[in-house]
Design a protein around this ligand. Structure first.
Ligand code: Z5A
Length: 211
């Protein structure tokens, strides 16, 4: 008998939204249902993906074209799907990924201005109909997110972008969520940490109970 396919949950967010803390809360909620939960991230999650991540975040590649950027994101994703995500789900375990294709819609489609249609072509080509089962988007007004992130010592190539870039990223995320409320949950990450954690727990528990 083959194992039932595992569930694929993704976490997304704008700059300074607090994904790192949120990931731990989501993990705690999921572990009881999925002891073999695999936590991973994008860009990254495989040796090749982590090498591509270094290229993408490094200031040595300032001025990289938006097309190169999105193709590198999808190259890392192809490896991630092939080596980690799909095999884990097929053996019945669950996967929690810190970012996935929605980030390409938001950052390259919205932020860099490539548009939704081009990302959709790449998504369809690589993934066919495969999509996450649940996506949490941590949302925070851009100015508030940037002021939290300003405490970082060494901003990477994305973190060094300006406010207008992150406004487009945020609008793209909210647009995705509005089109498909079944899959996405927006978490108001402007609230104090305890309130954000409570909201995450509530959303994940509700989703688990409905399955
Ligand atoms: N990217 C892309 O462009 N296209 C793609 O397809 C993919 C990715 C997959 C790296 O991702 C970059 O790749 C990313 C998008 C791009 N660039 N950016 N920006 P990443 O996910 O590794 O990097 P990140 O976005 O910088 O994530 P992060 O490190 O998890 O940071 P964060 O979400 O911004 O938040 P944080 O580090 O958890 O929190 C920031 C600070 O705020 C920290 O001091 C916290 O203690 C504080 N914080 C958090 N929540 C609160 C609340 N509620 N109240 C008060 N203070 C808080």
């Amino acid at each position: 008998m083959t194992a039932q396919r595992g569930r694929f949950i993704t976490l997304e967010g704008v700059e300074g939204a607090g994904k790192t803390t949120a990931l731990k809360t989501v993990e705690q909620c999921l572990r009881a249902h999925a002891p073999g939960l695999r936590i991973t991230r994008e860009p990254g999650g495989t040796p090749l993906g982590e090498a591509v991540r270094e290229l993408l975040l490094s200031h040595s590649h300032e001025g990289m074209s938006a097309s190169s950027e999105v193709l590198l994101m999808f190259a890392a994703r192809a490896e991630h799907l092939d080596k980690v995500i799909l095999p884990t789900l097929e053996q019945g375990d669950w996967v929690l990924s810190d970012r996935f294709t929605d980030a390409s819609y938001a950052y390259q489609g919205g932020g860099r201005g490539l548009g939704i249609d081009r990302i959709a072509v790449l998504e369809q080509w690589l993934q066919g109909d495969f999509r996450p089962d649940l996506t949490l988007i941590l949302d925070v007004p851009v100015e508030q997110g940037l002021s939290r992130a300003a405490e970082r010592a060494d901003p990477d190539r994305f973190e060094a972008e300006k406010g207008e870039f992150f406004e487009r990223v945020r609008a793209a995320y909210l647009g995705l969520a509005a089109q498909n409320p079944q899959r996405y949950r927006i978490i108001d990450a402007s609230q104090p940490l305890d309130a954000v954690r409570d909201h995450i727990r509530e959303c994940v528990e509700q989703w688990l109970n409905r399955r």
